[in-house]
Design a protein around this ligand. Structure first.
Ligand SMILES: Nc1ncnc2c1ncn2[C@@H]1O[C@H](COP(=O)(O)OP(=O)(O)OP(=O)(O)O)[C@@H](O)[C@H]1O
Length: 263
């Protein structure tokens, strides 16, 4: 199954969507959710999964070690390749300390900003790129990547190892502009790109459709504003995808038509 990267502007609903998609896919397959947002702390809570004991960054020696490898590569003028993993690996080979499982859905975190003045997030971007490039999922496994707001991860090449990019667009002009930029960047990288409208009502849905169609951006699906979702997030409860399950299945079918099995 494919690796899917979910992006969007801040607060558009990326983590909410990733959670519900993972729950829906988890009914039939194994799903690894990769949290590539170094600032946000809420994904584990939404998924109802205790975050893993350590991040993938900790697992390979910490941010300083990765930063030194990046510096060495820069000093060599690019001749010294940055290698964080010896070769390819499967989901099952990831250490138990760096993935937490709840049934068929697992959560891994690239790394988090832990200290003031700790420097830029480039090591996280480099790690996310190599991790996704070298992780080989089977036909029964999905990888869903939750990203930081904006398009920085496009610049860092995080999408290199993924198969499809889903962009969450909430009702705002900024989201439309970002969708236009993300569509161009995904096209440049040769990745399938689809837009999901989120938190819309009938009025905002048709306005957004017009604006995106004018920019030749196709809308894969529409998720309405849901009071169940906003209430669960308000009190910090895990989310459930029950009311939106059919829509999510349609989204999955559009990403990869053969993925939804009978029953
Ligand atoms: N379909 C929806 N209906 C109602 N509220 C929603 C919906 N989707 C998301 N929300 C609300 O929008 C807010 C932002 O959602 P979420 O944290 O998933 O966004 P995000 O894009 O991951 O944010 P960040 O950029 O901070 O990582 C939350 O309060 C959530 O409850």
């Amino acid at each position: 199954m494919p690796k899917v990267l979910v992006c969007g502007r801040g607060g558009s609903g990326k983590s909410t969507f990733v959670t519900m998609l993972a729950q829906t896919l988890g009914e039939q397959d194994k799903v690894l959710v990769v949290d590539a947002d170094e600032s946000n702390l809420g994904l584990g809570r939404m998924l109802g999964i205790q975050p893993p004991a350590q991040t993938l960054m900790d697992d390979i020696g910490g941010k300083k070690a990765v930063g030194s490898k990046l510096m060495a590569s820069l000093r060599s003028g690019g001749t010294e390749e940055v290698k964080m993993f010896a070769g390819t690996f499967s989901i099952g080979e990831l250490s138990t300390e760096s993935v937490s499982w709840n049934g068929s859905v697992g959560l891994a975190q690239i790394g988090k900003v832990e200290h003031t003045n700790e420097g830029c997030a480039c090591p996280m971007g480099a790690l996310a790129r190599e991790f996704l490039n070298k992780l080989k999922e089977s036909d029964e496994e999905w990888v869903i990547v939750d990203t930081e707001a904006g398009v920085e991860h496009f610049g860092r090449g995080v999408l290199e190892g993924v198969d499809a990019v889903l962009m969450i667009v909430d009702p705002s002009y900024e989201a439309v502009l970002l969708a236009e930029k993300a569509a161009k960047l995904a096209d440049e990288a040769g990745k399938a790109f689809s837009v999901i409208l989120n938190k819309v009502d009938e009025e905002t849905k048709s306005r957004l459709k017009e604006m995106l169609e004018a920019k030749k951006i196709e809308i894969a699906e529409v998720l309405p504003y849901s009071t169940d979702i906003s209430e669960a997030n308000l009190v910090g409860e895990p989310l459930t995808a029950e009311s939106l399950k059919q829509t999510l299945k349609e989204i999955i079918t559009k990403i990869i038509p053969s993925s939804v099995k009978a029953g």
